[in-house]
Design a protein around this ligand. Structure first.
Ligand code: NAI
Length: 475
């Protein structure tokens, strides 16, 4: 006998589990199917974000930052540490405990919201009267029927041809988060978000880290003034970043990995490392979904084709998150999941793609929302720019972290904020105010007129807004 649901969500990552909860809140009878297993084979909902992405990487970034502070910066505060050491195994065990808390939290939320959870792999069987039959292959095989299906199956790391992930020597994000000893030499291919975050973790713990990036510009999609400032800081910390490289043959042995590469001048080079992380982007995951059985349309990249409302080519089938177009970000997936659940319930769910923030959790952090200066130039938009350095912010000086700046871009005529770009301490938190401002279509003058607590890093956002009108008070 099949079990009947109003909505079946396939995938329990941030897109899927949030969609399931929202649909249940709106009175739907909801199932969520997720196959991720923890170390003992039990369910580990939360997807890449919770298990091998956002959450564990932030746990390791925090641990390694504490070590970096104790190693290099406590002395400035008059604190002497003797016999400092790092137990990478314990650090990783703590990270695993943080992940488990999040897995359990999601299972609790399912119970609280009366979402039926199934642990196993879901695949389409066929279209049936009033919906779709879904098979769940897990410890217990189940047949479910859902009137509406939301596919939220996420993405997988993209491998470099000729260097398949073995997660021992050639690592994706999964292996990079599970190392229990600090490699002496670490190589990374791709200086994107994962490359910089993972490179930072292992450098802080003592690895000699080299990042090989194919593009000639560092963080090409980031506002270039901000990217340059970040690059300076990373190089000063000891990250070696090679731009405009061509990666050639990769040889893997038990001892290490040897990467042949050509530098920007066309000179042949070799990089010998103990571990290699390949972080060159991710590909949509539809493995095992049996999309063909129902004629669900994929594009040439393997992403599920959706319209602006996340509707697929099939009636009653929706898709959200990394498996569809757009940035592969947990919070974008969540927004889509909520909007789809609301549309299913007859409401008018909405996602504003222009105000999705980005954060890179390095030190200094990098965060932005809206358009960059280079985008405004190429779009032919007349704009005004205001910047304010953390060097002139009292709280940043007291913290002992004055790297970076806030940069605000506003329309030259209307003063509407078009983008805010931050490199510096707590950029990940500071950006929220700017997202809110842009969501309300605020002008730079609006932020400049708002009272910001003193002393706080957020005063730099206010000062950047004042700088748009060339009237900073503290610089
Ligand atoms: P990415 O797209 O951020 O960066 C990939 C980099 O690799 C690019 O700079 C690209 O030019 C370079 N590249 C591609 N092919 C190359 C080649 N053959 N040789 C040398 N360089 C090459 O992808 P990444 O870092 O793998 O992250 C994957 C996804 O995960 C991203 O969409 C990202 O948004 C998401 N993510 C988000 C985080 C956050 O929000 N803080 C943290 C980690 C990942």
């Amino acid at each position: 006998m099949s079990k009947q649901f109003d909505v079946i969500v396939i995938g329990g990552g941030p897109g899927g589990y949030i969609a399931a909860i929202r649909a249940a809140q709106l009175g739907k009878n909801v199932a969520c199917v997720d196959e991720w297993k923890n170390a003992t084979g039990g369910p580990a909902p939360g997807g890449t974000c919770t298990n091998v992405g956002c959450i564990p990487s932030k746990a390791l970034l925090q641990s390694s930052e504490h070590f970096e502070q104790a190693s290099h910066h406590f002395a400035d505060h008059g604190i002497t540490v003797k016999g400092l050491s790092m137990d990478a195994g314990k650090m990783v065990a703590r990270k695993d405990a943080v992940v488990k808390q999040n897995n359990d939290g999601i299972l609790y939320l399912f119970k609280k919201n009366k979402v039926s959870f199934f642990h196993g792999r879901a695949s389409f069987v066929k279209a049936v009267d009033g919906g779709y039959e879904i098979k769940v292959a897990g410890a217990a095989e189940e047949t479910l029927v859902g009137q509406q299906i939301i596919v939220a199956t996420g993405s997988n790391a993209r491998a470099l041809p000729g260097a398949a992930f073995d997660e021992t020597m050639v690592l994706s994000n999964e292996g990079a988060l599970a190392l229990t000893a600090v490699p002496k030499k670490m190589g990374l291919i791709g200086s994107g978000v994962i490359g910089l975050e993972m490179g930072s973790v292992w450098r802080r713990l003592g690895s000699e880290v080299t990042i090989l990036e194919g593009l000639p510009d560092f963080l090409g999609a980031v506002d270039q003034q901000i990217a340059k400032e970040a690059q300076k800081a990373f190089v000063k910390q000891g990250l070696k970043i090679e731009l405009g490289v061509k990666v050639g043959d990769i040889k893997v042995s038990k001892k290490g990995v040897s990467v042949a590469w050509t530098n920007a001048k066309g000179e042949a080079q070799t990089l010998d490392v103990d571990k290699l992380i390949v972080s060159i982007g991710r590909v949509p995951n539809t493995i095992g979904l049996n999309a063909e059985a129902v004629g669900l349309k994929l594009d040439e990249r393997g992403a599920i084709v959706v319209d602006a409302d996340c509707k697929t080519n099939l009636p009653g089938v929706w898709a959200v998150g990394d498996v569809v177009r757009g940035p592969m970000l947990a919070h974008k997936a969540e927004e889509e999941g909520v909007a789809v659940a609301e549309r299913i319930a007859g409401q008018h769910g909405h996602v504003n793609f222009n105000t999705i923030p980005w954060v890179i959790y390095t030190s200094p952090e990098i965060a932005w929302v809206g358009r960059t200066e280079q985008q405004l130039k190429s779009d032919g938009v007349a704009y005004k720019a205001g910047t304010f350095p953390f060097l002139a912010n009292g709280r940043a000086r007291a913290l002992g972290d004055t790297t970076g700046m806030v940069k605000m871009l506003a329309d030259a005529t209307t003063d509407e904020i078009l983008g805010v770009h931050i490199v510096g301490p707590m950029a990940s938190e500071l950006i929220a105010e700017c997202v809110l401002a842009m969501e309300f279509r605020a002008s730079s003058e609006d932020i400049a007129r708002v009272c910001h607590a003193h002393p706080s890093l957020s005063e730099s956002t206010k000062e950047a807004a004042l700088a748009v009108d060339k009237r900073t008070l503290n610089f």
